[in-house]
Design a binder for this molecule. Structure first.
Ligand code: GDP
Length: 179
């Protein structure tokens, strides 16, 4: 089955987003405590694709060795990614583009892994600020890439972006079945 990977900094709102997408409150554990998702979890959605929940990166208070372990983990996942269609990189809409996220996107690009961006916690900003922050990303990414990747603006607490995201994935799946 086709696979879609979800990844981002610790505390970006990944568990909440996964719960929104799956419509189940208890599936992915959310917490205010960063660094909670430790292992790779797979969720079967609509019986026709897998959502892959990758561990959060960039948690400041972890040791060098656990950072290494994480990197190995992620690198390994992406090296054996036969089923992977797209990675979704989650970023908190409230923050300016962060080096760690940009570096990760760069790494995906260099390794030929398609990705889209999911902006999270959109309920925390006014629409004008959302537009501004997306523009900041666009400006930086266009220094490296020819086009801005696909992106989605979401809020798990306000149930925003769910249909758009699921529709996007369904479309990709349908196109793959055709080809
Ligand atoms: P994870 O570490 O990336 O899995 O992040 P979580 O899903 O556990 O969320 C981290 C924190 O952000 C929690 O306190 C959530 O309640 C909060 N959060 C997550 N998504 C949203 C959102 O869409 N809006 C708001 N306001 N808070 C959110």
């Amino acid at each position: 089955l086709p696979e879609y990977a979800f990844i981002g900094r610790s505390n970006v709102g990944k568990s909440s987003l996964i719960n929104m997408l799956t419509g189940r409150k208890s599936l992915a554990k959310t917490s205010g405590k960063p660094g909670k998702t430790q292992l790779i979890n797979h969720f079967l959605i609509n019986k026709n694709w897998h959502l892959v929940d990758l561990p959060g990166y960039g948690y400041a208070r972890v040791s060098k060795s656990s950072k290494k372990t994480f990197q190995k983990f992620i690198t390994q996942y992406f090296s054996f990614r036969e089923q992977l269609v797209t990675a979704f990189v989650l970023v908190d809409i409230r923050h300016k583009p962060q080096p760690i996220d940009l570096e990760f996107m760069q790494w995906l690009g260099e390794n030929g892994i398609p990705f889209s961006i999911i902006f999270t916690k959109a309920d925390k900003l006014k629409p004008s600020a959302i537009t501004r922050h997306v523009e900041d990303y666009r400006n930086i990414l266009l220094e490296f890439w020819e086009a801005m990747p696909n992106y989605f603006i979401t809020s798990s607490s306000k149930d925003i972006g769910k249909e758009e995201l699921l529709g996007y994935i369904d479309n990709l799946n349908a196109n793959m079945e055709l080809s």
